[in-house]
Ligand binder design. Sequence first.
Ligand SMILES: [Zn+2]
Length: 254
Amino acid sequence: MRTLYMKGCVCMNFIYYAYLFFIGSSFASFYYLLAARIPRREKVVWTRSKCESCHTRLGFWDLFPVFSYFYLKGRCRYCGHSLSAAYCIFELVGGIFFIQNGLHYITSPRMFLFYMFLYSILFLIAAIDQQYFIIPDSLQVILFLLLLVDRYLSGASFDKSCLYGLVGMFAVGFLASAMVPEGLGGGDIKLMSLFGLNLGFYNASFVLCFAALLGLLSISFSHFFYKRNLSSPIPFGPFLVISFWLIKEGILQL
Ligand SMILES: [Zn+2]
């Protein structure tokens, strides 16, 4: 009887996690679409997705998060055009994030919704940077306000560490971009400064180091598996966002 009960619990947990993953990856897919269309001033709703190459309108099973990418082996079903792996990676990260957020704030729907909103803005920032190499100032302003609210909700005081983090990370970013002009962009420096404001200089510098490591791994992976040129530019925003999430949520311990 006890074994049956345990099996029932495991099964319910699996369904719950699968549900969270599906919702999270669907949200991430939608944000990626938003990020692709908003800068081009295209309609966001009531316009079905289509293949960028053959312009065939895509059906439900072509758009099923994560699953459709692997099922179709990363290619358009109709013309065989190779699809960007970034789409699938965003959906995967979105699904994992939703599971983590759902477990972390399971007892507080209000906190769950707040952090959903905060990380949605970060997802949009990462997705726009991934596709256009820009981070819109409007999103940075919204993020600035949300990170202030986050410090208030988490009970952290607004002391000198906020100022040191903000100014320190700005100085680090400014110096890095002065030494390597093709390196960090203005949007990256502003984003790093906001993370400094929220986490303090010590934690934010760790975010920067881990993001740089992820960037290096990404470049190496693209070079060895896709023969991508090592000098090709890569967007740094997505790596900063992932590192911020891992460190802020305590998934990556210092
Ligand atoms: Zn196609």
